[in-house]
Design a protein around this ligand. Sequence first.
Ligand SMILES: *[C@@H]1O[C@H](CO)[C@@H](O)[C@H](O)[C@H]1NC(C)=O
Ligand SMILES: *[C@@H]1O[C@H](CO)[C@@H](O)[C@H](O)[C@H]1NC(C)=O
Length: 183
Amino acid sequence: MATIKILTAAGFVTSVLFCLVHAEICPLPCICESLGQMKGWLVDCSSKGLTEVPALPISTRKLYLQNNSLTTVRLGAFDSLSNLEEMNVSDNPWNCDCHILYLKLWLEDFSESSLANIICATPTSYERKLLSQLSGNELEGCRKSFPIKCLDFFWRDLALISLAILILILTLCALRFSKKLAY
Ligand SMILES: *[C@@H]1O[C@H](CO)[C@@H](O)[C@H](O)[C@H]1NC(C)=O
Ligand SMILES: *[C@@H]1O[C@H](CO)[C@@H](O)[C@H](O)[C@H]1NC(C)=O
């Protein structure tokens, strides 16, 4: 979880920098409408065949991304959208691997009903499953990082224990040798 937080923070900083540059520009295939007095934009990127979430105006208030070819969401892609009130991400071929965790966690905070609309397309083992029903451990790729870390600790500990035993043996030898010298 700590790595996810660090990664989210890094993603947040990157997206802030990115958005400062892209500020209020309507992303290309999308259609943007000013919401007038409410301030902010309705950004309609639905049915545009998008494979990636485009750079979005910071003052996006309503965001439509349904019916595209999105498989994942870049880390931190939505973090700067502090005015967001409504979004739709349904009807996309989501790839439910470790990278989808950002979207899952973000939607758990933002809108449980949008999360309930997310159906995995790949990998085949999760085809047609609801993202909301998959745990972090089940999302492919997440699981692998734990045993590798444990293995690192195992080798480090083994090295430390071997070193301790070696020092002990050497000390005992040295003691015996000094006793022999004393007699
Ligand atoms: C989904 O998008 C495709 C084009 O990418 C379009 O032909 C189709 O009509 C759209 N479906 C809906 C339900 O909007
Ligand atoms: C999102 O869009 C889909 C397809 O247009 C629609 O069926 C669904 O009701 C919408 N969901 C929300 C939460 O607005």
